[in-house]
Design a protein around this ligand. Structure first.
Ligand SMILES: *Cc1c(COP(=O)(O)O)cnc(C)c1O
Length: 321
């Protein structure tokens, strides 16, 4: 794994840092899901993680490694939602001031949660303004440390603890399905899965409307697209990052896509059959298996359910479709 931004050692160190602060999330199974797919599916439920998504892992791992000086000045993050909440919560736990750059149209529940964890929120328009530029400017003006949502070795290492934990909980897998936006979760999980279980096929799943990672994976160059229109708001990224892409290229076996209609079917499946609330982005990996986009027959398959933060009104609308 020479040349990649992190190795499995970094994931193990992240797991130690997280040991007393992150939840060890459950792995759930469903007979119905197994019957539909003819496989054994293991759902790693990060919708039950602190703040409702795996992003707490990367955020805490990154903030825990800042210097005293960086801690006292504070951090800034830009995010469509879950990364913001994760940074705000990690900052609260580590007593580091946090400033969050969020789109005006971010789900209200995510805005409220970030505020609730003590984050100082700065809004922007995601169709006309560049959040990265805004974040950069705040960082310079107030000497804040910018913590990106996915393209950072400490974030990637933290997210990789999801796959490490899953394989430790249920043993070897034939396949691991992981959703992706910017690829922090996928790249970290690929590092952990291939280290613990080299035969495990690792497959990324992204929204059909925004298949930039699939295009990048196939062409060998990072492809940037316009902000995609999809209900999977956690995967509305325009491009993967150079850290995440190098790992994806080296270790990931394939990238597939899922439509919004398939996400809605899967969201309803989770609600009806497994009695749990999963946000649309969190349904990506499961949809790839349940909708037959990836052939899983006869295999032991890990599925990362990445988060559960959804506005209840939107949830009610989606389950009644
Ligand atoms: C951020 C997020 C993703 C995508 O993660 P990346 O590391 O950007 O690929 C997927 N699901 C949820 C719930 C998220 O919050």
């Amino acid at each position: 794994m020479m040349g990649l931004s992190i190795n499995y050692e970094e994931v193990c160190k992240a797991a130690l840092r997280l040991k007393t602060v992150a939840h060890l999330t459950p792995v759930l199974r469903s007979k119905t899901a197994n019957q539909i797919t003819g496989s054994e599916l293991f759902f790693k439920c990060e919708n039950f993680q602190r703040m409702g998504a795996f992003k707490f892992r990367g955020a805490f791992n990154a903030l825990a490694q800042l210097s005293e000086e960086q801690r006292s000045k504070g951090v800034v993050a830009f995010s469509s939602g879950n990364h913001a909440q994760a940074i705000a919560l990690a900052g609260q736990l580590l007593q580091i001031p946090t400033t969050i750059v969020m789109p005006q149209d971010a789900p209200p529940i995510k805005i409220a949660a970030s505020k609730g964890y003590g984050g100082n929120i700065v809004f922007y328009n995601r169709y006309t303004e560049d959040r990265e530029a805004i974040g950069q400017k705040l960082a310079e003006t107030y000497s804040l440390t910018l913590i990106p949502p996915f393209n950072h070795p400490h974030i990637i290492a933290g997210q990789g603890t999801v796959a490490k934990e899953l394989i430790e909980q249920i043993g070897e897998l034939d396949m691991l399905l992981v959703c992706l936006g910017g690829g922090g979760l996928l790249s970290g999980c690929a590092i952990a899965a291939k280290a613990l279980n080299p035969e495990c096929r690792v497959i990324g799943v992204e929204p059909e409307a925004g298949n930039d990672a699939q295009q990048s994976f196939r062409t060998g160059q990072i492809v940037k697209i316009a902000t995609p229109n999809t209900i999977a708001d956690g995967a509305q990224t325009q491009a993967v990052g150079h850290h995440t892409f190098a790992i994806i290229q080296a270790l990931v076996d394939d990238i597939v896509t899922v439509s919004d209609a398939q996400l809605i079917k899967t969201l309803k499946f989770f609600a009806e059959r497994m009695k749990m609330v999963v946000e649309p982005t969190g349904c990506l990996a499961a949809a790839a298996a349940l909708e037959g986009i990836v052939q899983t027959e006869g295999k032991r398959v890990g599925i990362i359910v990445s988060g559960g933060n959804i506005d209840l009104k939107q949830f009610a609308q989606l389950v009644s479709l």
